[in-house]
Write a protein that binds this ligand. Structure first.
Ligand SMILES: [Zn+2]
Ligand SMILES: [Zn+2]
Length: 260
């Protein structure tokens, strides 16, 4: 699969378990064309994001890797930034500081609740209410224009939070906003190894996105080297089944395409 990219990877700069060379090794063995490192930038008091004190060293180290054309696997400078409606200016500034190829915008919080790591509040409200709140945040993230890619667009299901009723209208509304905002979604293959047991997003969302002509990219959300490009064969099958014929690649926030 020498043409593929893995655009969602975490290292020890945030909550990943290894450093750039270890991931590059696996990417080389799996014959990937490009990998993008996307450590967490989060304006909230959590221990799983990049410390501000490490911003300069991450910037230098990753920039050097991106410029190393002796590597057979090309490295892309990515970030996974948490979207908070009241932090748009801080987010804009941090993105401007890094020489990024692309930025993934993700929603991991509903107000102060980090719903994808903290189980404690599930059951307090109907899941449909959580879906509405979550997807409204995703819509705001897309409308902000800050991001190239919306991360794991149906993350709210991760810990087995399933809606009580059909969510087609909410998915369609959200994807239309993403289309208008000219933003890309990702097929994030990590979900299959989470309690929800399926990719982010589900097949229904992929099909709606494909019908609307929303571009897609591909990421494993690896937190360990052996997770690089996980389940990519299945991912390509699903993408084709949903009607996609290409995935997006990035350089300097400009898009290119890879035929799948
Ligand atoms: Zn994430
Ligand atoms: Zn991630």
């Amino acid at each position: 699969m020498s043409y593929l990219v893995d655009y969602h990877i975490h290292t020890t700069f945030s909550d990943g378990k290894d450093t750039y060379p270890a991931y590059l090794d696996v990417a080389r063995k799996k014959d990937l064309a490009e990998i993008g490192f996307t450590d967490h930038i989060t304006f909230a008091p959590v221990d799983w994001c990049v410390d501000e004190i490490d911003f300069p060293v991450m910037r230098e180290n990753l920039k050097n890797l991106c410029n190393d054309f002796s590597e057979d696997v090309q490295v892309r400078f990515g970030l996974e930034v948490d979207y908070f409606p009241d932090k748009e200016e801080e987010i804009r500034q941090v993105i401007a500081y890094f020489p990024v190829d692309y930025v993934i915008g993700s929603v991991h919080f509903l107000n102060d609740w980090n719903f994808d790591t903290d189980q404690s509040l599930y059951g307090k409200w109907p899941n449909d209410v959580l879906y509405k709140q979550y997807f409204e945040r995703v819509q705001l993230a897309a409308k902000s224009g800050l991001f190239d890619v919306i991360g794991h667009i149906d993350l709210i299901k991760k810990l087995n939070c399933w809606p009580e009723t059909d969510q087609t209208a909410l998915y369609e509304e959200t994807l239309k906003i993403i289309k208008e905002a000219n933003t890309v979604i990702e097929l994030n293959t990590s979900g299959i190894d989470r309690p929800c047991g399926e990719f982010f997003p589900n097949m229904q969302i992929l099909e709606i996105a494909s019908n609307l002509g929303i571009p897609v990219t591909l990421g494993s959300d690896a937190h360990k080297p052996n997770q690089v490009a996980r389940h990519f064969d299945l991912a390509i099958n699903k993408l084709k089944k949903a009607g996609f014929t290409r995935i997006v690649r990035f350089r300097n926030r400009q898009r290119g395409e890879i035929i799948i």
